[in-house]
Design a binder for this molecule. Structure first.
Ligand SMILES: Cc1cc2nc3c(=O)[nH]c(=O)nc-3n(C[C@H](O)[C@H](O)[C@H](O)COP(=O)(O)O)c2cc1C
Length: 343
């Protein structure tokens, strides 16, 4: 007789989402989305690090319900849960970033990858959106890209600094990509080959981008307090703690760990955002409790897009938002900001 209990059925739509999305997304693209770099240790550890955080809940504060509204770098948002920049959305869903923007709707921050396959003026964003930037080897070639984004309404630029080149992801290239048309890759770049990545980024590039963009600059990929301060001194307006979803240096520390140090060093000088392994309202509460102003979700948004298009993205955000509301209310907090002294 088999004494192993049958695996419990998923309780939440979110729990069932990865398996359902895997069936909807072509295998090569799925492998690309899921991949962590190296052995995948950092990618695998992300969620557990949030689940280790425990809350000193507050009581006898009158309740009355939690209001998720906040601001991120001056942008009004309906909740502190935004969408992280991810490439390949048009390989996941024919309408790509447009469907993502539709699902995001008016109230949520949407960070759009500079590698994206949709023209910025056709994005149709109803709410705040920021451009994510990978600088090309000759950074001046990025000016038309950032100009087009700002003209189309981008309110800030997120400079990704953890990717001098993509970390090795085993298995992805061995997949069959022959049926996947990537002709839309980097559609917002001017004609011609601009090269891939600027491999020698320095603090000077932060200041340069701030000047070139004329809108606030957020630095993404920071894992240390000293680097966060260097970025702010160089002209950055906010810090985005990320290890790229475990897709760059495997064995990088978890973002939950890094967030503590960065928040302590920044000491209120600037807003700090975080991503990596956020899969529930309780994970969001953990990040807020450790001092994040906002969190961003990467893979879950891509899964939802692949499975149900704009509707899936809207459902993801609604489900995470209602979980966060319950978490805040049970913790005795009426707003995201009040979560800051829970841990
Ligand atoms: C398929 C995929 C594509 C990504 N593309 C980009 C990108 O173009 N620019 C960028 O800064 N980060 C990119 N990232 C990293 C995400 O912005 C984010 O840091 C990470 O996915 C967060 O972890 P999570 O997937 O566990 O939520 C990508 C991640 C994935 C999974």
């Amino acid at each position: 007789m088999d004494l192993e209990p049958a695996p419990a059925p998923p309780r939440r739509w979110l729990d069932a989402l990865p398996d359902a999305a895997k069936r909807a997304i072509r295998p090569a693209v799925w492998a690309y989305i899921q991949a962590g770099a190296g052995e995948g240790l950092t990618a695998a550890e992300a969620g557990a690090a949030w689940r280790e955080v425990r809350f000193r809940t507050r009581v006898l504060r009158g309740g009355g319900g939690a209001d998720l509204r906040t601001t991120m770098l001056g942008s009004q948002v309906a909740s502190p849960i935004g969408i992280a920049p991810t490439a390949m959305q048009r390989a996941v869903h024919p309408a790509g970033e447009r469907a993502m923007a539709e699902g995001v709707g008016a109230g949520t921050l949407h960070v759009v990858s500079s590698n994206c396959g949709t023209r910025f003026d056709e994005l149709g964003a109803a709410g705040p959106w920021w451009l994510q930037a990978y600088l090309p080897p000759q950074r001046d070639l990025f000016r038309p890209v950032v100009d087009a984004a700002v003209a189309a309404g981008a309110q800030a630029v997120v400079l990704t600094v953890d990717t001098p080149y993509p970390g090795t992801k085993y298995g992805v290239d061995e997949e069959d990509w022959s049926s996947i048309d990537l002709g839309w890759w980097r559609t917002n770049y001017p004609e011609g080959d601009v090269g891939d990545w600027k491999t020698d980024l320095t603090l000077d590039d932060v200041g340069w981008l701030r000047e070139a963009a004329g809108v606030p600059v957020v630095v993404k990929g920071v894992l240390r307090g000293d680097d966060a301060l260097r970025c702010l001194d160089a002209g950055a307006d906010a810090i985005y703690v990320s290890n790229h979803g475990g897709r760059q240096l495997d064995r990088s520390i978890s973002t939950a760990t890094a967030l503590r140090e960065v928040v302590a060093s920044v000491a209120g000088r600037a807003e700090v955002y975080v991503d990596g392994g956020i899969r529930s309202g309780a994970d969001v509460l953990a990040a807020l409790a450790l001092g994040a102003r906002g969190v961003l979700v990467g893979r879950p948004a891509v899964w939802a897009l692949g499975l149900e298009g704009a509707e899936g993205v809207a459902r993801l955000l609604a489900d995470l938002g209602s979980e966060l509301t319950e978490c805040l209310e049970l913790a005795g907090c009426s707003s995201p900001a009040e979560a800051a002294d829970l841990p």
